[in-house]
Structure formats: C-alpha cells, structure tokens
Design a protein around this ligand. Structure first.
Ligand code: ZN
Length: 274
C-alpha cells in the first residue's frame, strides 16, 4: 500500500492519516464493499437454506420413518409368533410325556403275566385314553402350525421390504452427502470471501450492517434502484431520492421505510436533470 510506503507524501497532499486507515484494500469505497458483502451474505443464506431443504434429506427422513414402521410391524408379529412357538413347544412336551406314559403302560401289560385281569383292563383303558389325548394334542399342534404359517410369510415379506428400504436409504444418504458436499464446496469459497470483504469495511459500518441484517431478515443493506429501495421494494419520494443522490459520495443513508442502509446505484436514466 502506498499509504504505508510513503506516509510523508500523503501528509503533504493533505490527507488525514485516519483516512488511510479506513481505506479498504484495493481502495474501493466502503459502500461499494457493503453491497458486495450483502450480495455475498444473500448468496450464502440461499446456499444454507438449500442445504437444509435438500430433497434427498426429506427422502431419507421419509425412508427412515417407513423403515421404523416396518420394524414396529415386524416386532408385533414376532411377539405373536413367539407366543405360538411357546404353545407349540408346550404341546410337544405333552405329546412326549403322553407317549412315554403309554409306552411304559404297554411294557407292563405285556411283561406282567400274573397281573390281575381288572388291573389289565384299567391299564388298557388308560392306554386308550392316552391315545385319544395324543390325537387331541396333535390336532392342537397342527392348529398352531397353521396359525404360524401366515405370520412367517408376513415376517419374510417385512424382512424383504426392510432390506429394500435400507438399500434405498443408503442410496439417499449417499446422494445427500454428495449434494451437501457440492454446496459446502461453494460455501467454502463464499464464506472466506465474505470475511475478507467484511474485514475491509470500517468497523462502525460493519457492525451497523450486521445488526440490521440480524434484525431485518438477512438484508442490512439495500440498493437504491431508480427511486425504489431494493430492501423493502417501496418507492421513495422523488425529493428524497434527489437529496440522497446529491449527498457527498460515501455518505451513509438509511431507507426511511425499512431502516436498511441505502446505497445509491448509478443514476437511473429516468433522472431528468443534472
Ligand atoms: Zn427500504
């Protein structure tokens, strides 16, 4: 910077030293930097909104919700299935016990030749009863097995649906990651550029802009385009426009309507007189 290299010469031409401090790198006027900062901030906000509202993110959320539904349905069926399996195991145990009892009775009947006829008859009666009991138990077991079939089929179909959803979710997650990375790449350029411009602004103008921006939906500085404020999109009275356009260059003015810093752009062709 010439101001740092040759301060004496600057003093000679009558420039106050603090002016040299305030002049941003590249010598661009603060208000020009301010609109550039606003443009960068607007672009950054748009990127951040786009990142938050990526369709891949919504798709992933909806897939996750569906996957959770499938998981809950499968857990419910698994519960009913467990009850049936438990009942089946109980029936099988009863069937084994019945068979064992019958076998031991039959062995006694054929082995003991001296057993009184009345006892033999009682044992025969019990064997017949045990045979009936076994048939009943087997019928009950068959019923349980028939009831299990649709549950197993449903579980298998839910498993397949779950696997399909997980694969879709994986694809959506990858697509989301790529879309985020694309936006992050742009942000990685815009954010440091924004800081550079912001750092070049005089501190007072910068903090005024930041607080307006925080208060007014992300727009702290607006252009005066023709007689319209680009922040609130309202027309300014022509006398006010004229007053603003005749102020010394660099004067910071505020839109009377929205309170934003108003930066006049090149005079519009509509302006009648010089
Ligand atoms: Zn305005």
């Amino acid at each position: 910077m010439t101001s740092e290299e040759r301060p004496d010469e600057l003093m000679q031409v009558g420039q106050p030293p603090q002016h040299a401090e305030q002049t941003p790198p590249g010598g661009r006027p603060p208000l020009e930097l301010l609109v550039e900062l606003q443009d960068l901030d607007t672009a950054i906000s748009q990127l951040q909104h786009r990142r938050a509202a990526l369709p891949e993110r919504q798709e992933l959320a909806s897939l996750s919700a569906t996957l959770a539904d499938v998981g809950r349905a499968a857990a419910g069926i698994q519960g009913s299935r467990s009850e049936l399996v438990e009942r089946q195991q109980g029936l099988e145990a009863d069937i084994s016990a019945t068979a064992a009892r019958r076998e031991s009775l039959e062995q006694r009947m054929y082995a003991a030749r001296g057993t009184p006829a009345r006892d033999l008859q009682a044992m025969d009666e019990e064997v017949r009863h045990l045979r009936q009991r076994r048939e009943q138990l087997e019928d009950a077991e068959l019923e349980v097995m028939v009831a299990l079939e649709p549950l197993d089929a449903e579980l298998a179909s839910l498993d397949a649906r779950g696997a399909e959803l997980r694969a879709q979710a994986e694809r959506a997650r990858r697509a989301l990651g790529e879309a985020e990375a694309d936006i992050d790449k742009e942000l990685a350029v815009q954010l440091p550029a924004r800081e550079l411009v912001a750092d070049a602004l005089p501190e007072e103008l910068r903090s005024r802009y930041e607080s307006l921006r925080a208060r007014l939906g992300g727009t702290g500085a607006a252009r005066l385009v023709g007689s319209r404020c680009s922040g609130c999109h309202l027309e300014l009275p022509s006398m006010e426009v004229d007053r603003i356009r005749h102020l010394p260059e660099g004067t910071v003015v505020t839109c009377e309507q929205c309170g934003r810093i108003l930066v006049p752009t090149a005079p519009s062709p509509a302006r009648s007189s010089a």
